[in-house]
Design a protein around this ligand. Structure first.
Ligand code: TRP
Length: 333
């Protein structure tokens, strides 16, 4: 391998990818591909911690892959693969389970959230989700992990596990760092703008799917929740301004202009004008990606070739780490 630093990240094929995923993650990954060795995976093992319809998981896994490529992630330059195609993830996760404490996992915000939302199915996989995620990252000796803010706690526990393991067995794992995107890290729900935009939101008006029709996207932005003050201003931390803050964040991310500049444009103007412009800017951002996506998703053979090549590279890299770990813990090789 060359001496480029390694980046690993993943996304769950559990729902349609949203504008939040694009602006908060994928878009930033495109700019990383020249300077880092990038490995991205479709996290299907994580997805089944919540009940899914199998046909949906299968379809979405390839959709996400196609969308990554459509967003500009070059499959020749990066490693793109499906998590379940590399059994090393499950294997390392087992070992790391034995180096992770119940108490640590119990403190995970995502576990608490998801177990309250899926009270009928609080399974062990949901509980050990962060351990599998640590395995994903540590297998590739990743230096950086670009994620949204909500995943930072999982990066922290991954670092703790790596350091704990290294303290006993020597330098086995690279201790990774989370990489937060500079802008658009936090795209919020269009209906309850104090909550993150989520692809699993029961209300489809709350998120913009990268798969939405252009007129649906515009409609969702125009009907987003704001406030009655009528002033377009960014006020960090002011909950009544959450809707406007969010639209400004989105506008800034899709137009690559600063929030201050945008605010200046709208001095004295109303929310109606502003929303129309945001809608148009978002549509212009998504349209070319959608056209490329439609072309790629139609070519199943191309997609399967990419993920099988990707899985081969992923297996090769991760075997080195797994072998080392097995040796350290005393397994006969
Ligand atoms: N938990 C991440 C999410 O829901 C997805 C994920 C799984 C991931 N494994 C990962 C992200 C490893 C980065 C690195 O967004």
């Amino acid at each position: 391998m060359d001496d480029k630093k390694i980046i690993f990240s993943g996304v769950q094929p559990s729902g349609n990818l949203t504008l939040g995923n694009y602006l908060g993650a994928i878009k930033n990954w495109v700019s990383l591909q020249n300077d880092y060795r990038c490995i991205y995976a479709m996290m299907d093992l994580h997805t089944i911690t919540v009940r899914q319809t199998p046909a949906d998981v299968r379809r979405r896994t390839l959709e996400v892959l196609a969308l990554y490529i459509a967003c500009g992630i070059d499959p020749e330059e990066n490693i793109l693969f499906i998590q379940s195609h590399n059994s090393a993830h499950a294997e390392l996760a087992w070992v790391l389970n034995c180096y992770t404490y119940m108490g640590e996992l119990q403190r995970m915000t995502q576990f608490k959230d998801k177990s309250s939302r899926h009270a009928e199915n609080i399974n062990a996989g949901l509980f050990t989700y962060p351990v599998l995620m640590a395995a994903d990252i540590l297998l590739y000796q990743a230096d950086y992990v670009p994620v949204g803010k909500d995943q930072m706690q999982h990066i922290e526990i991954c670092r703790d596990i790596a350091q704990r393991f290294n303290a006993v067995y020597g330098d086995v794992f690279t201790v990774p760092e989370g990489l937060l995107p500079k802008v658009g890290a936090n795209v919020m729900s269009l209906q309850e703008p104090t909550k993150k935009m989520s692809k699993s939101d029961p209300n489809p008006k709350a998120y913009i799917s990268m798969m939405d029709d252009m007129n649906v996207i515009a409609k969702k932005i125009k009907s987003s929740v704001t406030d009655s003050e009528g002033v377009i201003e960014y006020r960090e931390g002011d909950e009544t301004k959450a809707g406007i803050n969010n639209l400004l964040t989105i506008m800034s991310a899709v137009t690559k202009r600063s929030i201050d500049d945008i605010v200046k444009d709208y001095a004295g103007k109303g929310y109606g004008d502003f929303k129309n412009d945001v809608a148009e800017a978002v549509v212009e951002c998504i349209r070319p990606i959608r056209e490329e996506y439609d072309r790629i998703i139609a070519d199943k053979q191309y997609l399967m070739d990419i993920c099988s090549k990707g899985a081969e590279s992923a297996r090769r890299i991760s075997q080195r780490t797994l072998k080392k770990v097995y040796k350290k813990v005393g397994f006969v090789l």
